[in-house]
Design a protein around this ligand. Sequence first.
Ligand code: SMG
Ligand code: MG
Length: 371
Amino acid sequence: MKIEKIELFLCRLPLVQFFETSFGRSYDRTFVLVRVEGDGHEGWGESVAEANPYYSSETTETVWHIIEGFIAPLVLGQAFEHPRDVFPALRRVRGHNMAKAGVEMAAWDLYARITGQSLATVLGGTRDRIASGVSIGIQDSYGQLLEKVERELAAGYQRIKIKIKPGWDLEAVERIRTKFGNIPLQVDANAAYSLDDTDLLARLDPYGLLLIEQPLDYDDVMDHAVLQKQIKTPVCLDESIHTVRIARDAIEARACQIINIKPGRVGGHRASIELHDLCAAHGIPVWHGGMLESGIGRAHNIHLASLPNFTLPGDIAASKRYYQPDLIEPAIEISADGTIAVPTGPGIGVNIVRDRIDRATLRHIALEATP
Ligand code: SMG
Ligand code: MG
């Protein structure tokens, strides 16, 4: 497979509903789409960096800069036997996993299309439907939160995750438990606490949460190990896990019992599979995270989540919770049992709607191999 062309699209789409985390509130999503061409086919990827450096230090502008200046020259005109060879070819570039993942994942889609297989098949997926959960942001009132939980449970989602931050934590959980009983419930702090909050976090123990995601800082593995010894709720790491090596250290240090895999955060599908396999070997369950992706990134996530150790429901929900219309057809839907079908066509297996991409595009560039 030879990658002959890379196109980048800086896109912005309005969100159907605002999304608030401990970093702040968003009403729209800016992201970079990657299209690659080779062997008479195309492949699509989506970089999950946001316009701001709050979830991660990467932004849409750094992604653009790094792909255009440093990743494209390492990939264009190169023949790859398999897309697993792309990530190692980018080794000179340190970090910038979200930029790498955009290109790497597009290469997996390209390869799957060239060989006429679904992406799930190429990745080693073993199930034809994935379990779907939702992530509910911080709301203006507890009433609004309870309404949203009710709506998502009625839609069939298999678990609820709520965002927490100091001042929006115990009471939010208490109210959900009081109204909805023992539903599968987890919380995500996006690094909003410190070890000084250990007593407060321990007060979540009686609520039987599935997990608490990234309570402490994004670069802090060791404090999570200290915290995990003092609370019963399983700690799940998200932001901290940039590389398979950090995951290995975190598991060794008992800093977490569960890991959230986002291919964008670790550099793409190859690193995600390695992380998945590492966790499986250590009895650490994984689930697929979400980054408010458009249908393109979402389709990639569904294929990856079909691997066997994704045993907990992911943050992979229906398109209509995020974008209407989505950039793909048909939109991603969940069935009444809270599962999503893994597309079976070649590659990511969804139809890309080019004129919707064009309407969402703020900037475009096409890069080709120099002869
Ligand atoms: O895609 O449904 C989704 C969002 C899931 O909560 C979600 N993601 O930390 O896990 C996380 C957050 C990061 C989102 S900020 C873009
Ligand atoms: Mg998270």
